[in-house]
Design a protein around this ligand. Structure first.
Ligand code: F6P
Length: 689
C-alpha cells in the first residue's frame, strides 16, 4: 500500500510471519511523465522474518549524470491481527479506491473520448462494416424458421408423413403428400427438406432416440440396487457410491429406465435438485408439463420455444409439442376460420383429437425419460384443460402458462407476422385475404375463451411488450417451476443486438498455453483497437450499450480502447478453470497426464479438470449472465473466452449440450446475435486473421 503524507512516502508490506526472504529495490517513478523509473543505488534490500537486513536508512537515486536524490527510509515491522488487517484493507478499499481488478475499476466508463482516441485511424477499419461479414454456421439461422416448425415431430401421426430430422435443434420437416395434405413448411427464406419415404426409418429422428441418449447413469449403475449417494465428479455419469449410512435413506432409489433418463445432463444446482427430486418427490412430479393457454397471436409459440431453449441449455430434457403442427399434418394447412368456430362440432372434435394425440405423445416421451414437455396450443376453454389434466393424472404435473396481451399494436404486429410465417397461410397469395381470415379465426376463439382460474398457473400479462408487464402465479412450488417463473419474469422481446467476441490474441495463445492471465500479443492489441472502432460504429445509433468482460486481463485489455460505454467485469465470464493443467499446453497434458487427456477427449462436456471446472460447471455459472442478457434492453458487448463463449453462443443458437465443447468460436471475430420478435439471428464479422 502506498500513501503520500506531506513530506514522505509510506510504504507498507503485508507479509505472513513465515514469509520467504524478499529481495527488492526501490524505484523512483515520476508521476506524470513517461520517463523511465530510476532504480536506487547499492545492493538489494533483504527483508527476512519481517525485518530489514543491514542498515540501509538512505535510498540514493542517481538522476541525471551527477545529480543524486537522497531519500530517508524508516523501516518498522508491526504484527497486525488478521481482524485489524481485514478492517484496514476494507477501509482502504472503501475510502481510497473503488473495487478494482488489475487497477481497473469493476464498473467503469471512459465517457469522454480521449484526445487521439480515434483508434480507427491506426487500426484502419474501413467504414463499411459489411466488408467484414463472414458466413455463420448453418444451424444458428434457426431464428428464420417459423418457431412452431421447430417443435417436436408428431410421432403418433407418423403414418401420415415422413420425418427427417436433420437439423441439430430438433426441428423436423415432413411430407405427407400421400395423405393428400400439403407440406408443412416455413414460409421464410429457408426451405426445409422433403425426403423420400422409408418406413423403416420413420422414427429415426424422433424423440425416442434422443431421450435415450441423455441418460446419465451407466448400465452398471443401473444394476446396482444399493441405496447411496450420488457423487458427481463432473466426469461421466454421477456415480452411485455405497454409503456407510445407507440405512438412513428411507426412499428407495429405483434406477429404472425412467429414472435413469430423467436425470438432467447438468452440474451444480440443476443436478442437485434433480437428485433430490428423484429421492423425495412423488413420481408424477418428476415430469412437468407446461401447458400454454391464450388466444392466437399472443406470443405463445415464441414463449414456448424460448423456454424450451433455456431449459435444454440448463440440461433438462425438454421438448416443445405444438398442436398446430399435429393439426396441419392431420387436417391440412388450408382450414378456414370456420374450422375454429366454437359452434362447429366437427371442427371442435378434430381439434380436441389432435390435442389429445399431442398430449399422448408427450406423455409417452416422458415415460421414456423426458423431463419437461411444453404443450403449445390455445387450450382456451376449461373443458379442453380438464381433458389435459385427466390425461396427465399419475403421469406428470401440469402448470398452465397463460399469455395475455392487451396491447392492440402488438397483437396487430403478431397477426401480420403470422400471415407471413405460418404454414397455414403459405399457400394464400393474397395477404389481405389471409389477414381477414385470421382475424375471423381470432374472433371465433374470443367468443369461447375462458381465462385460467384452476390448478397451478403462471399468467404473463403484457410481458411481450416488456414495459409494464406483470406475472401472476398461483400454486407454484418446487425448484424447476420457480426457475421457470424467474426466467419468464426476466425475458422480453425488445429487439437488440448482443455482440460476442473472444479477447484479442494473448501471449499464452501464442505459446499454446491454456488458462493463465497474460496480456495481449501485438496482434491482440491490434484487434482491441479494431474492435473499439467496430463497436463505436456499430453501436453509435443505439441509445445505450454496455461492455462486459471477465476479470482476466486479456479481456479487460481488449475492452480498454472502447470509450463511451460502461464496462462491467464479471467473474462468471472468466475462462474455464483448467485446475492443475492451468498454464500447460495440450501436448504437455497429453505427455504428463495421459489419463486426464484421454478422459477429456472421451467426454469433453462432463470432464472436470482436477481442481478445475467442466463445461457443465461453466454453463451453471453462466446462468445469471444469460438471465441478465435476457433482461437487458440495450445492446451488450461480451468480451470473454473460448469455452465461455461456446456455452453462451449455444444458448442463443439452441445447440445441444453435447456439441458445446466443440463449437467453433474463432479469435478476432465478432458474433452478433440479434434478439427480436422473430427469434434469434446471427451475423459474424471477422476483423482480422
Ligand atoms: O486456448 C485458449 C483457451 O481459452 C484456454 O484458456 C482454455 O482452456 C481453452 O481455450 C478452452 O477450450 P477447450 O475446451 O477446447 O480446451
Amino acid at each position: 500500500m502506498e500513501r503520500e503524507s506531506t513530506s514522505m512516502w509510506e510504504l507498507s508490506f503485508v507479509v505472513p510471519p513465515n514469509h520467504e526472504t524478499l529481495d527488492f529495490k526501490f524505484l523512483l517513478k515520476p508521476k506524470y511523465s513517461n520517463t523511465p523509473s530510476v532504480v536506487e543505488e547499492g545492493p538489494n534490500r533483504l527483508l527476512t522474518g519481517g525485518t530489514l537486513q543491514g542498515d540501509a536508512r538512505l535510498a540514493l537515486f542517481r538522476l541525471n549524470g551527477d545529480e543524486v536524490l537522497e531519500s530517508r527510509v524508516f523501516i518498522k515491522a508491526d504484527r497486525v491481527s488478521p481482524f485489524d488487517l481485514a478492517a484496514s484493507w476494507r477501509a482502504y478499499q472503501e475510502n481510497l479506491q473503488p473495487s478494482t481488478v488489475r487497477g481497473i475499476p469493476d464498473v467503469s466508463i471512459n465517457a469522454v473520448p480521449e484526445m487521439g482516441a480515434e483508434n480507427g485511424s491506426s487500426a484502419s477499419l474501413e467504414l463499411d462494416l459489411e466488408h467484414y461479414v463472414v458466413p455463420a454456421p448453418a444451424p444458428a439461422n434457426s431464428g428464420l424458421v417459423y418457431a412452431a416448425n421447430m417443435a417436436e415431430t408428431p410421432r403418433s401421426l407418423a403414418h401420415l408423413g415422413v420425418f427427417s430430422n436433420t437439423d441439430s435443434s430438433g426441428g423436423a420437416s415432413y411430407s405427407n403428400k400421400d395423405a393428400g395434405v400439403s407440406v408443412d413448411r416455413p414460409a421464410t427464406i429457408k426451405e426445409m427438406e422433403v425426403i423420400v419415404p422409408d418406413p423403416s426409418k420413420v422414427y429415426s429422428g424422433s424423440g425416442m432416440v434422443e431421450s435415450k441418449s441423455v441418460g446419465t447413469f451407466s448400465p452398471l449403475q443401473k444394476q446396482d440396487s444399493h441405496r447411496g449417494l450420488f457423487v458427481d465428479r463432473g466426469v461421466g455419469s454421477p456415480r452411485l457410491v455405497k454409503s456407510a449410512s445407507a440405512a438412513t435413506f428411507t426412499a428407495d432409489l429405483k434406477l429404472d429406465s425412467e429414472t435413469k433418463n430423467a436425470m438432467p445432463a447438468a452440474a451444480g444446482a440443476v443436478a442437485a435438485a434433480a437428485v433430490a427430486d428423484q429421492m423425495l418427490g412423488p413420481k408424477e412430479d418428476r415430469h412437468l408439463a407446461i401447458v400454454l393457454v391464450g388466444l392466437p397471436a399472443r406470443g405463445k409459440t415464441f414463449t414456448a420455444a424460448k423456454l424450451t431453449r433455456y431449459l435444454r441449455w440448463l440440461g433438462h430434457e425438454t421438448k416443445h409439442f405444438n398442436v398446430g403442427k399435429y393439426r396441419r399434418l392431420k387436417h391440412g394447412t388450408n382450414q378456414t376460420a370456420d374450422f375454429f368456430r366454437g359452434d362447429n362440432p366437427e371442427g371442435m372434435e378434430a381439434r380436441n383429437e389432435v390435442a389429445a394425440l399431442a398430449m399422448d405423445d408427450m406423455i409417452s416421451w416422458m415415460q421414456e425419460g423426458g423431463q419437461v414437455g411444453i404443450f403449445d396450443a390455445t387450450n382456451s376453454t376449461k373443458k379442453r384443460r380438464n381433458m389435459l389434466m385427466k390425461m396427465a393424472e399419475g403421469n406428470c404435473k401440469i402448470i398452465f402458462l397463460e399469455t395475455i396481451c392487451n396491447d392492440e399494436r402488438i397483437i396487430e404486429r403478431n397477426i401480420r407476422l403470422k400471415i407471413q410465417q405460418s404454414p397455414d397461410y403459405a399457400e394464400e397469395p393474397d395477404f389481405e385475404a389471409g389477414l381477414q381470415d385470421f382475424k375471423t379465426r381470432l374472433a371465433n376463439y374470443e367468443t369461447v375463451y375462458e381465462p385460467v382460474e384452476e390448478g397451478s398457473y403462471i399468467k404473463m400479462i403484457d410481458m411481450v411488450g416488456g414495459q409494464d408487464g406483470q406475472i401472476q402465479v398461483n400454486n407454484i412450488s418446487g425448484y424447476l417451476p420457480g426457475r421457470i417463473v424467474f426466467f419468464l419474469v426476466n425475458t422480453h422481446l425488445t429487439p437488440r443486438p448482443i455482440l460476442l467476441t473472444r479477447h484479442g490474441e494473448s501471449r499464452d495463445n501464442v505459446r499454446g498455453r491454456i488458462g493463465g492471465d497474460t496480456a495481449l500479443s501485438d496482434a491482440g492489441e491490434l484487434y482491441a483497437k479494431k474492435l473499439s472502432t467496430f463497436v463505436e460504429k456499430r453501436l453509435k445509433p443505439e441509445r445505450a450499450a454496455s461492455i462486459w468482460t471477465s476479470t482476466l486481463q486479456r479481456t479487460i485489455l481488449t475492452a480498454s480502447p472502447i470509450v463511451g460505454f460502461p464496462k462491467i467485469q464479471w467473474r462468471a465470464l472468466d475462462e474455464i478453470n483448467a485446475g492443475v493443467c492451468d498454464g500447460m499446453t495440450y501436448e504437455e497434458i497429453k505427455k504428463n497426464m495421459p489419463e486426464e487427456y484421454e478422459s477429456r477427449k472421451k467426454d469433453k462436456l462432463r470432464y472436470r479438470y482436477p481442481r478445475g471446472e467442466s463445461y457443465l460447471d461453466v454453463i451453471q455459472r453462466l446462468e445469471p449472465v444469460i438471465i441478465e442478457l435476457e433482461r437487458q434492453r440495450a445492446p451488450v458487448v461480451v468480451i470473454s473466452h473460448q469455452a465461455v463463449l461456446r456455452a453462451l453462443y449455444a444458448y442463443f443458437a439452441d445447440r445441444p449440450l453435447k456439441e458445446i465443447p466443440h463449437i467453433e468460436v474463432p479469435l478476432h471475430t465478432i458474433i452478433e446475435i440479434q434478439m427480436g420478435v422473430t427469434g434469434v439471428q446471427e451475423k459474424r464479422y471477422k476483423l482480422m486473421d
